[in-house]
Design a protein around this ligand. Structure first.
Ligand SMILES: NCCCC=O
Length: 477
């Protein structure tokens, strides 16, 4: 049995009162480790350490100092890539080949991006905007950041929070999800070699730990990637002391497919974007809205693609095919199963639709067609390997269906009509519109949503700005 620990002030630490959480392997359901169940005293110790580290030096580092630290951290992720993948695969059930290629490479690249971005903070030019007065802008770190990350990409989401926070000169306390702390703890150990004690603290725990983090007076900003209810409760706690919040709260991405595409080719790409990581991705291509003339053919083609998807428990080491992990936990398996059990009678489950046999929390790739806009499974983020298909007859209806949920994170449009892509890019109420593709990300471009998907951007220079504050200095001369 492995034992994970917190990292406070650069050192390993158990929970002060010795409480622990069981950590399970989702491929088997067996408990293989424990992590601290941190309480308010642990959170307080971590925040105080972060505050000390900020006041006693990290805030005074130069962009070049922080760039060098982030480059060292990137090198550490690269050097320990295979080890991190093994840790992540045990904690999440992910396939090792895809995790190495799709997560470690981007994580290294994202840290290197923030290393460079640390030296490119922007502000208006210093100048005389009133006679006899000179104005300048200082862009400063916020102070201590409290970050909460989810279980779908534990180590990559940690990088999305750590990169901009550290680049901007903040210190932080990071809480990984209660079910997937392992890779974040290891990242914390590795990064402790590049950062002074207290700059990055890791506190393991459950929802009660998250509440203690949100209610603490020290953090100047709370940044969470998680569910809408979790984000709302963080925002409510932050509101009482007017702390800044940064919310990435999931999505239910519409995928609008017109009748002028190569249906088979589109289906192949959409299936990857819908089933990757078993659909446990806030941008997953889940909600296909297809023109009536191609909807049946597309649904059949998606179901055929589902046949080529394999479970991670069957992975040969290093294989690059689309292997999908189990769902993260039994509650998620029940949630996905319940949504499929309640599919209305006007819909048709073309493939999948019930939990897989055998050990672990596996659910097969599933395609449901004939759905309508108000159906529960269309209006709800499933966070499982499920693609729904509904039909539209004209462009306005497609946009109305796409925008007609509380989510606003990501969307895609599939068509060969260039003018239409421009019209839809404008009309879609989402933080990202992909055109003839779905799911790729780059470090230079922002990731973040509108509406109940939250506000604030991860990745890109916009994210770095979110982790800074702007001060106007005006001098009379
Ligand atoms: N594809 C990365 C999405 C991050 C949140 O789930």
């Amino acid at each position: 049995m492995q034992t994970f620990h917190n990292i406070v002030d650069g050192k390993p630490a158990p929970a002060a009162d010795g409480r622990t959480l069981d950590i399970s392997d989702p491929k088997t359901g067996e408990v293989y480790a424990t992590s601290p169940l941190s309480g308010p005293a642990d959170v307080d110790a971590a925040y105080r350490s972060a505050r000390r580290a900020f006041d006693e030096g990290w805030r005074d580092t130069t962009p070049s100092d922080r760039m060098n630290a982030l480059l060292t951290m990137a090198d550490a992720v690269q050097a320990h890539g295979e080890e991190l993948v093994e840790i992540e695969a045990r904690d999440t059930g992910k396939p090792t080949g895809l995790t190495l290629s799709e997560e470690i490479g981007p994580m290294v690249d994202q840290l290197r991006f923030f290393a460079g971005a640390a030296r490119h903070l922007e502000g208006r030019s210093t100048g005389e905007y009133m006679e006899g007065h000179s104005s300048s802008i200082r862009r400063e770190p916020l102070g201590v950041i409290g970050s909460i990350t989810p279980w779908n990409y534990p180590m990559m989401m940690a990088i999305w929070k750590i990169g901009p926070a550290i680049a901007a000169g903040n210190t932080m306390v990071l809480k990984p999800s209660d079910t997937t702390p392992a890779s974040t703890v290891r990242l914390g150990e590795l990064f402790s070699e590049a950062l002074p004690p207290g700059v990055l603290n890791v506190v393991c725990g459950d929802r009660s730990t998250g509440v203690a983090m949100s209610e603490h007076p020290i953090p100047a900003m709370l940044a969470i990637t998680g569910s809408i209810p979790a984000g709302k409760s963080v925002a409510a706690a932050a509101a009482s002391r007017v702390a800044r919040v940064h919310l990435e709260l999931g999505g239910n991405a519409p995928v609008i497919v017109f009748d002028d595409v190569d249906v088979k080719a589109a289906a192949a790409d959409i299936a990857v974007a819908g089933f990757f990581n078993a659909g446990q991705d806030c941008t997953a291509a889940t909600r296909v809205i297809a023109h009536a003339d191609v909807a049946d053919a597309l649904a059949e083609a998606l179901a055929a693609e589902a046949g080529g998807v394999l479970f991670s428990r069957d992975e040969q080491t290093g294989a690059e095919d689309l292997f999908i992990p189990p769902l993260n936990n039994p509650d998620q398996l029940s949630k996905v199963s319940g949504l499929l059990d309640r599919v209305p009678s006007h819909a048709r489950v073309l493939t999948g639709g019930a939990p897989a046999d055998g050990p672990g929390w596996f659910y097969p790739p599933t395609v449901v067609s004939g759905l309508q806009q108000d159906d529960e499974i269309v209006q709800t983020e499933v966070f499982g390997p499920v693609i729904t298909v509904q039909t539209f007859t004209d462009e306005d209806e497609a946009v109305a269906f796409a925008n007609g949920t509380p989510y606003g994170l990501a969307s895609s449009v599939w068509t060969s009509d260039h003018s239409r892509t421009i019209r839809l890019s404008r009309a879609l109420d989402f933080g990202c519109v992909w055109v003839n593709c779905h799911i790729p990300l780059v470090a230079e471009m922002p990731h973040g949503g509108f509406k109940e998907s939250g506000y604030g951007k991860d990745l890109s220079g916009y994210s770095l700005e979110d982790y800074t504050r702007i001060k106007h200095v005006m001098s009379k001369y």
